[in-house]
Structure formats: structure tokens, C-alpha cells
Design a protein around this ligand. Structure first.
Ligand SMILES: [Zn+2]
Length: 128
């Protein structure tokens, strides 16, 4: 999907999704395939594939919603920690070519050995 192809982009068409928070440039909603209870996505309103192509205003808007998401999740889910993540390009696992920041609440015991956190994106490299 190119940066211009928005017709099939699920994050350009949010009708039917419950938007939890939004500001001028970004929206936050639940991931449809959560890896943990409360897993949220923060997406820019503009269709853009790469995090590195966002404007500074868009990055600030996303950052604001990440903090709002954390406050919301702390109250609603009481997680013990968080992973924040952005996949950029198919080689890094990006499947929807519209920027989305994962806010993943973590809970004690949700994995036997959480040490290394996002280092685990490359199998076998999480532990060190
Ligand atoms: Zn899009």
C-alpha cells in the first residue's frame, strides 16, 4: 500500500471504531487483536506510512495521546508496566502502512521472563 492509497486503509476509515481520545492530528482506540488487556493504538489522522515521515505537530499530538492513554489504562486496567512500539516497514513487521503506535500494558506474570522487553522483536535476542 503506497502512502497515497487510502481507500483500503483501515486507519483512514475509523467509522465503527470506538475512539477513546483524539486531538487535532491523532486518534486513539483499542487494537482489534490485543496482545494484552487494554492494548491501544495511536494513529495520525493523515495517511502516512512511516513514523519518520510524521510532522513535528503530528508527533506532538501522538505523544499527547500516549500520555492520555497511559493515564486511562492506569485507572481502568492497573497494569504493572508498558511497552511502546512502532513498526516501520514490512521488514520490521509493519502490516498496515499507516503509522500506528502500540501502547501495550504489561502485567506481572504475563510472560515467564519479561526481561529485555521490546528486544524480543527479534526472536532469541530478548534475553541478554
Ligand atoms: Zn491510512
Amino acid at each position: 500500500m503506497s502512502e497515497q492509497n487510502t481507500e483500503q486503509c483501515p486507519f483512514c476509515h475509523l467509522a465503527g471504531r470506538k475512539i477513546l481520545f483524539a486531538n487535532k492530528y491523532a486518534s486513539a482506540f483499542y487494537d482489534e487483536y490485543p496482545v494484552s488487556p487494554g492494548h491501544l493504538l495511536i494513529v495520525p489522522k493523515r495517511h502516512v506510512a512511516s513514523f519518520f515521515s510524521l510532522t513535528l505537530d503530528e508527533r506532538h499530538a501522538i505523544d499527547e495521546l500516549i500520555i492520555k492513554a497511559k493515564d486511562f489504562l492506569d485507572i481502568k486496567y492497573h497494569p504493572d508496566g508498558y511497552n511502546l512500539g512502532v513498526n516501520v516497514n514490512a521488514s520490521a513487521g509493519q502490516s498496515v502502512m499507516h503509522v500506528h503506535v502500540h501502547v501495550i500494558p504489561r502485567y506481572k506474570g504475563d510472560t515467564p521472563s519479561p526481561k529485555g522487553g521490546v528486544r524480543g522483536v527479534i526472536a532469541g535476542k530478548q534475553s541478554y
